[in-house]
Write a protein that binds this ligand. Structure first.
Ligand code: URA
Length: 493
């Protein structure tokens, strides 16, 4: 590290030098070096090694430890691998601010926080795509030698080092190498060996096994299930050139309409009946006496906890019940508990809940006067390593849970409800509601309950384009329409 009239230039060994970045951050914080006095660069042959002028090891060892929120640490580790050149400046500034401004961690609209989260999300997506789209091809081996499998991949960010352990676990018995323009990695069954980038021509061409895969892919392709937009989202075009099956996608898509027409003519399958809007109420009335639903919120909580009408309940930590008092005039309905709600057993206490609380603060609403609940009472997730990633509940799961929501409505007797997002809107109304066009509008249920439709707070947190502040203000405008109900509590039942 070199001092230049107060300023410091940190030179990292490579774009994916996460260890160097973290060590430099620790050292800079220990030296109280303000972000505006730090310049970051990645070493090229011209720049030399890790630090232009390495600080003594003892100095780094003496750097006092500091703690950052776990969430921020995760963002930093991913966002540091983004290809955006200014990421190190941003991330060091964020660390500096997190240490100096304790409230920052709870501010979901801070521009630096949003920026870091966006970078982190895009890196995680790239890592996920790499795990999904790497296609190995066998390399001709010498007699007696194990076959090596080689893949060519072009990531958007500097993710090879971070993603390689996934392949080592998944293909532990295989010898393989992944070549990318910036970095290559080889696995010999025991260690990961990283090297410089390679060229596409260095990877082997298609083989006979690949033909088998193409035949299989063409067979399993179901034209009736074709959702081109979803497919493009999941498998963006830029990956196609390295996916053998991509050569089949266009012809299969073109043939899809014709093939699905044929399937309709051939097939005599029983159509699924749509649930009429009033069917939830009917089902509740028609339940046999021995499974009669509970008559108080406490009894309802107990009954919900034991629900296994769909598979989600088995995996969640606990059911998350609604919160608030019977008699609240306004009920807000979300989708399902998230990771933190599942652990704490309370609705809206994670990031989406924090944004909702900010909205309440701006609107002058008191959370205690409202009733907050979810359409689905258990957390549905997918395990990715140690992380539990939110998965949208399926319609059947939401249906299975609707008995509990309906009973809650019956017991709380709100005068109005707000549907936060599509799952809530569907659960409340009994039919799919297009949230982007219906937001800000009041709908009426068959039982007369007015339902205001708006976005789920998580949708605002996920927003990648546009002005987050303007989106938040527009959301407040939607919510404000229910202000008349937010302050009232009728006699408790
Ligand atoms: N998202 C929801 O829909 N509900 C919660 O309780 C938390 C996050």
């Amino acid at each position: 590290m070199r001092l230049l009239e107060q300023a410091v230039t940190v030179s990292l060994a490579s774009d994916d030098d996460l260890a160097g970045f973290k060590a430099a951050v620790r050292r800079l914080v220990a030296q109280q070096m303000a972000p505006q006095d730090v310049q970051w660069q990645v070493a090229t042959a011209a720049h030399g090694d890790l630090f232009s002028e390495p600080a003594p090891v003892t100095q780094a060892a003496r750097a006092p430890a500091f703690r950052l929120p776990a969430q921020a640490v995760q963002w930093l580790e991913h966002a540091a691998l983004h290809s955006e050149p200014g990421r190190f400046e941003l991330l060091y500034r964020l660390v500096w601010r997190l240490l100096a401004e304790p409230g920052l961690r709870d501010d979901p609209l801070d521009a630096d926080m949003l920026h870091a989260e966006r970078l982190s999300r895009s890196v995680r997506r790239d890592m996920h795509k790499m795990t999904a789209f790497v296609r190995f091809r066998p390399l001709a081996a010498q007699a007696g030698e194990p076959t090596e499998h080689v893949a060519w991949f072009e990531p958007d960010h500097h993710i090879v080092r971070a993603t390689a352990p996934f392949f080592a676990r998944r293909f532990a018995q295989m010898r393989w190498a992944i070549l990318t323009p910036e970095r290559s990695v080889r696995w010999d069954g025991e260690t990961l060996d990283f090297g410089p980038g390679a060229r596409r021509e260095d990877a082997p061409p298609a083989d006979a096994g690949e033909q088998l895969w193409l035949t299989y892919y063409a067979h399993i392709f179901n034209p009736a299930r074709l959702k081109p937009d979803m497919m493009r989202k999941e498998m963006p075009r830029r990956y196609w050139k390295n996916l053998p099956e991509a050569t089949l996608i266009q012809p299969l898509m073109h043939a899809a309409a014709q093939r699905s027409g044929q399937m309709v003519e051939e097939g005599a399958t029983e159509p699924q009946r749509r649930r009429p809007a009033s069917s939830i109420a009917l089902r509740l009335d028609q339940r046999p006496a021995d499974t009669a639903l509970p008559g108080t919120l406490d009894a309802l909580r107990l009954a919900t906890s034991h629900c296994r009408d769909c598979p989600i309940g088995q995996h969640a930590t606990q059911a998350v019940h609604g919160e608030g008092a019977a008699g609240a005039a306004l009920m807000l309905v979300g989708e399902q508990p998230g990771d933190q709600e599942d652990l704490r057993g309370r609705p809206f206490v994670g990031p989406a809940g924090k944004l909702l609380q900010q909205a309440f603060d701006r609107l002058g609403w008191q959370r205690e006067l409202l009733y907050l609940t979810n359409a689905v009472k258990h957390f549905k997730f997918e395990l990715r390593g140690k992380r539990r990633l939110h998965k949208t509940p399926g319609q059947k799961e939401a249906m299975a849970c609707s008995q509990w929501l309906e009973r809650e409505i019956g017991l709380v007797k709100p005068q109005a409800a707000i549907a936060l997002g599509a799952t809530a809107a569907r659960a409340l109304m009994g039919y799919a509601v297009p949230v982007s066009s219906a937001r800000g509008q009041w709908l009426q249920r068959a039982d007369g309950l007015p339902v205001l439709v708006t976005l789920h707070p998580a949708a605002l947190l996920r927003m990648e384009v546009g002005d987050p502040q303007a989106a938040f203000d527009a959301w407040l405008d939607d919510l404000r329409q229910a202000a008349g109900y937010a302050a009232i509590r009728t006699a408790s039942t």
